[in-house]
Design a protein around this ligand. Sequence first.
Ligand SMILES: [Zn+2]
Length: 253
Amino acid sequence: MKKAAYFVIVFFFGLMTSCSDNRQSKTVEVITDTIVQDIPELSDKPAITYSDAEILAAEDTLWYQDYLFASYPIPESVKDRMQGKSMKDNAKIGYDQLRYLMLPYYDFDGHVQKGELVCNIIIAHDLLCIFRDLFSEQYPICSIRLVDDFDADDEASMQANNTSCFNYRPVPGMNKISRHALGLAIDINPLQNPYIRGSKVHPATATEYVDRTKDFPYKIDKDNLCYKVFTSYGFTWGGIWRNKDYQHFEKRR
Ligand SMILES: [Zn+2]
């Protein structure tokens, strides 16, 4: 249908051109060829696809066009990746209170990627909606991988500009448990949106992004879509705190 539409447009374009230009048909033919050849053949196909198992095993799903945002009980294969890394022996949270999310997103090159994230069941549906809303506006996110791919080392994950949620860990530089340890907080594009506590910057490689009066890509502020979408679902932004945590959104129970 798309191609047919282009031919109709090209046909009328040709008519208009021949009416206004006496060099006529030769010119029109050349323009027509160029336009038709420029139609991307793959435009009707989704950039990522899903197996039947991925669709059927989901506990909660949202579709945006051909893209699936899905939530699962933590699969055994993911537990194997998490155990002893993001999931440590503790009395506060277990796998049955967590969910594994599959989240399509646009990377910094504008390509659609399949992201994976572990969060608390309490915010699982919110995150499906939030990432669907961000995706629909092609909001750029560098990477969405489990922190276990970084041995649950938060600093390494942040330096890789990785967006992540659950990690049973303390707040950097403090003794108290993080909201991430309950899967109730998420960090977005952490390199351009560091956590600043006194003179300490997390990640340490983000010093050029500490000055928020500067304008640069992927910066989260109150005018940014990420802030608007997260807060519309009842999340709090760490960028308003005394110790600024620009990458951080969390939901209070
Ligand atoms: Zn955080």
